[in-house]
Design a protein around this ligand. Structure first.
Ligand code: NAP
Length: 244
């Protein structure tokens, strides 16, 4: 479904980003993978290579705008185009908002929101010239607000606003921009959730179980593929019915 397409995935060394990378590789996309730690990216690159596609790494912190510039430059120089961008890199620093330190607030906004904005801005310049492209932003079921996640929820709600704005501004250039809201997906981010809170979330999931990174990867393949050519500005929940 993605043969001949060039895709960037941020935060691709572990968890959902790695799941998306593997799903894209199975669909024969050529990839550029990002994460801050290069050694972890290497493992993912080996797995992706086993499906036969081309894969490159651009390590770096997405909260630094230069990382986005390096990624887009790499796509232009090595692949000659940039078809798909998946803004997946994200962090949480949970706590009650009335006790939240400035740093705790700022770090989450810097990665989740600013990082997404920087790569969208750099990629849009190429995609506008190409008159084609797909931007997929990973938001969260928490975008509607979540206890102990003021910083994270605010960043993820803002990602949806950014997605819907970009869809309006880029539509004329045949560039689509959509968001995916994962529910409870088994990754390093969700492993530390206390048992009682996890059970409370599971009780609200109509399919009765948590998801795997590939569940998000499959949704991203669809949004990146020709099948989703007429879908833009949408928010796709992938959470087994967590938000209905
Ligand atoms: P994860 O297991 O903690 O993985 C995060 C990935 O992002 C890693 O590859 C990490 O690699 C990378 N990363 C972290 N900070 C970065 C930065 N500043 N610049 C570049 N890469 C960075 O998290 P996950 O659960 O897969 O979550 C992925 C995305 O899905 C996030 O945006 C998260 O908010 C969202 N999400 C997850 C869930 C869930 O249930 N898991 C639910 C809703 C939304 P390094 O550590 O090497 O940088």
């Amino acid at each position: 479904m993605l043969k001949g397409k060039t895709a960037v995935i941020t935060g691709a060394s572990r968890g959902i980003g790695r799941g998306i990378a593997v799903c894209f590789a199975k669909q024969e996309a050529d990839l550029i993978l990002n994460a801050t730690r290069e050694e972890h990216l290497k493992e993912c690159m080996e797995e992706v290579r086993s499906y036969g596609g081309r894969v490159l790494a651009v390590a770096g912190d997405m909260s630094d705008p230069h990382t986005s510039e390096r990624i887009v430059q790499c796509a232009a120089e090595q692949y000659g185009k940039l078809d798909i961008v998946v803004n997946n890199a994200g962090i949480n620093r949970d706590g009650l908002f009335h006790k939240m330190a400035d740093k705790q607030w700022q770090e989450v906004l810097d990665v989740n929101l600013n990082g997404t904005f920087y790569l969208m801005r750099s990629a849009a310049q190429e995609m506008r010239k190409q008159k084609s492209g797909r931007i997929i932003n990973i938001s969260s079921a928490s975008w509607q607000g979540n206890f102990g996640q003021a910083n994270y929820a605010a960043s993820k709600a803002a990602v949806i606003a950014l997605t819907k704005t970009a869809a309006r501004e880029l539509g004329i250039f045949h560039v689509t921009c959509n968001a995916i809201c994962p529910g409870l997906i088994e990754t390093d981010m969700t492993a530390p959730i206390p048992t009682a809170i996890r059970q409370n979330m599971l009780d609200k999931i109509w399919l009765g179980h948590s998801g795997q990174p590939e569940d998000i990867g499959n949704a991203a393949v669809f949004l990146a593929s020709d099948l989703a050519a007429y879908i833009t500005g949408e928010v796709l929940s992938v959470g087994g019915g967590l938000i209905l």
